[in-house]
Write a protein that binds this ligand. Structure first.
Ligand SMILES: Nc1ncnc2c1ncn2[C@@H]1O[C@H](COP(=O)(O)OP(=O)(O)OP(=O)(O)O)[C@@H](O)[C@H]1O
Ligand SMILES: [Mg+2]
Length: 295
């Protein structure tokens, strides 16, 4: 029987589920109307931060209240990508110097951002109580937003796994590189076995054309279908487009700088699909935002 620790007590999965159900009833429904979506990958450099920034921007333009949480705690660079220079970041929250709400900065189109810091190693090894405090603060802010996006680090570190397991929806980003597919498979495998995550959405970035994106997504879905007990939905693609690189160099996002380009249109399509799509979990299974560590 899988066990979890909460407030120093070890409880089994059935107890935890019951507890979650009763919490669900007790909590204000506002908490459940905020979609919390993690954007993640096995391999680094596949385009997560660009995807989060552009989706966030387009979702905001479509009228949603958006918060982006830079969940790459040790090497966060969302602020750099957006040309922001925030005075405070998550390290100040962890040190108790600032409240989470006090470090929020506004980015292009009024998206709101919780900046992480870069090069502060302590952030990669937070204690359970620091993580719980962070999420308790985040829970208090949730009702201000329609959508919260987590821009995670790459890999299968405990922080990456926990941010994914804490979100309501998980978007895995891959590219046509074989290593990105095998690393994504590894990430999905760990999340499904250790955290019982079953539903994943897939975004293919940097494909030459739609056919290549379809092929790549099919490769991952086939192996996952065969060897894992998960459901993966191919959500869409962003094609390789030099305009993304150009915009990164100018510290702007492509949807702001060149919305009618290939990549700009792809982001806009993904945004509309995201708005139309319901989470792949039923409402009764919807999770309270709670830091999930496994023992
Ligand atoms: N669709 C695209 N077309 C062209 N270049 C792209 C595209 N998407 C991303 N890139 C390039 O890939 C680089 C890495 O992107 P990004 O920083 O978003 O990846 P990441 O997955 O967040 O990386 P990390 O794992 O380090 O956090 C960008 O600087 C950009 O130059
Ligand atoms: Mg990144």
């Amino acid at each position: 029987m899988p066990k979890f620790e909460q407030n120093g007590q070890v409880i089994n999965l059935t107890q935890k589920r019951r507890q979650k159900e009763s919490n669900t009833i007790a909590m204000h429904t506002d908490k459940y109307s905020t979609r919390v979506i993690s954007v993640t990958s096995g391999k680094g450099g596949v385009g997560k931060t660009n995807i989060v920034a552009n989706l966030g921007y387009c979702l905001r333009k479509a009228g949603n209240r958006v918060l982006i949480f830079d969940a790459d705690l040790g090497l966060g660079n969302l602020d750099v990508l957006l040309g922001l220079a925030p005075k405070y970041n998550l390290s100040h929250v962890i040190q108790g110097k600032k409240a989470l709400s006090e470090i929020i900065v506004k980015g292009p189109g009024n998206i709101e951002i919780l900046p992480a810091s870069s090069g502060i190693q302590e952030l990669t090894s937070l204690t359970s109580s620091q993580k719980n405090d962070l999420f308790n603060e985040l829970n208090k802010l949730l009702s201000n937003y329609d959508i919260v996006l987590f821009d995670t680090a790459a890999g299968i570190s405990s922080n990456v796994l926990s941010f994914n397991a804490s979100a309501n929806e998980i978007m895995v980003v891959i590219t046509p590189e074989p290593t990105s597919i095998t690393d994504a498979y590894a990430l999905i495998k760990v999340l499904s076995i250790k955290y019982h995550e079953k539903y994943f959405r897939l975004i293919v970035n940097l494909a030459k054309n739609n056919r290549e994106a379809d092929d790549v997504s099919r490769q991952l879905c086939l192996v996952a279908d065969r060897f894992l007990d998960v459901s993966i939905e191919y959500f869409g693609s962003v094609l390789a487009d030099e305009n993304v690189k150009k915009s990164v160099c100018k510290q702007k996002i492509v949807c702001e700088m060149a919305p009618m380009t290939k990549a700009g249109r792809n982001f806009s399509e993904l945004t509309h699909k995201l708005i139309r799509s319901m989470p792949m979990i039923s409402q009764s299974e919807n999770k309270a935002l709670m830091w999930r560590d496994i023992l």
